[in-house]
Design a binder for this molecule. Structure first.
Ligand code: GLP
Length: 252
């Protein structure tokens, strides 16, 4: 917790600026996220030994920066900026999160050998009835659920994943380092759909919520599909970024 000792009243930096900076650090170091309640203006006045107007100016600054949001009669809440997903590079959830200052973890739901359905088999160029490895994970950033992923991997090529705990490690990193796979490209389809009820529960979102539904087929350097993934990404936590280049057509 901060105290008014952190504010330098002799500094040239206005006090409300200093308070805003302290609040930012507080949000960051306590890993506060969407909808977390901030201390009231009264509590902040006491903590910083300053007027309500100064505290209000500090909060205004963060509201303008879209880091906080005021809700009438309820208080001031943290509002996390949406995370960016680049659509033109093959990256893992781990890399996507760490590159944006978030700490990725996973809640393991299952990791087992299953018989491929006709659909999964055809995507991975297998025969219906062949075995595959199925991994289901809730993907968290700073301890909060952000996505659910159900991956199907080639068996026995990825057999080592069965003995691994992916709570704190990247599947892609493991596949490359330990299973000797060279993942080089993926095709992904993204659409907005209703999220199945059981997955809403895991993501701690209301039933019938919309999510980004993604299907990814990941290929190795031999152009062989090695991973088929179905994911549900929380719609309020992500936005997609793509670079548009004139190169391919040369003219508009
Ligand atoms: C992203 C992709 C998934 C992929 C995962 C691997 O989230 N949408 O298709 O399976 O990355 O992530 P990690 O290597 O962090 O386990």
């Amino acid at each position: 917790m901060w105290s008014h000792g952190n504010v330098d009243k002799d500094s040239l930096i206005p006090i409300y600026h200093q308070i805003a900076q302290i609040l930012k650090e507080y949000i960051h170091s306590n890993k506060l996220g969407d909808d977390d309640l901030m201390p009231s203006e009264r509590e902040l006045c006491e903590a910083f030994d300053t007027s309500r107007m100064t505290v209000r100016q500090a909060v205004d600054l963060l509201v303008n920066e879209e880091l906080l949001v005021r809700r009438k009669g309820k208080g001031t809440f943290v509002k996390m900026p949406k995370l960016r997903q680049h659509l033109t590079t093959l990256t893992s959830f781990t890399v996507d999160m760490t590159s944006q200052g978030m700490v990725p973890t996973s809640q393991m739901i299952c990791c087992k050998i299953v018989v491929a359905t006709r659909d999964v088999a055809s995507r991975l160029n297998l025969q219906a009835g062949d075995k595959v490895i199925q991994i289901e994970r809730v993907r968290l950033a700073n301890g909060r659920p952000h996505a659910f992923e159900r991956s199907f991997l080639l068996y026995p090529e990825a057999i080592l994943v069965l003995d691994e705990d992916f709570t704190n490690r990247s599947l892609y990193h493991f596949l490359c380092e330990r299973c000797g796979m060279k993942l080089v490209k993926a095709k992904e389809l993204i659409e907005v759909t209703f999220c199945p009820d059981e997955i809403c529960e895991l993501l701690l979102i209301a039933k019938r919520s919309h999510t980004f539904h993604m299907e990814r087929l990941t290929y190795d350097y031999l152009n062989r599909p090695v991973e088929y993934v179905v994911s549900y990404y929380c719609i309020d936590k992500f936005k997609f970024e793509v670079e548009l280049d004139l190169e391919a057509r040369k003219t508009l």
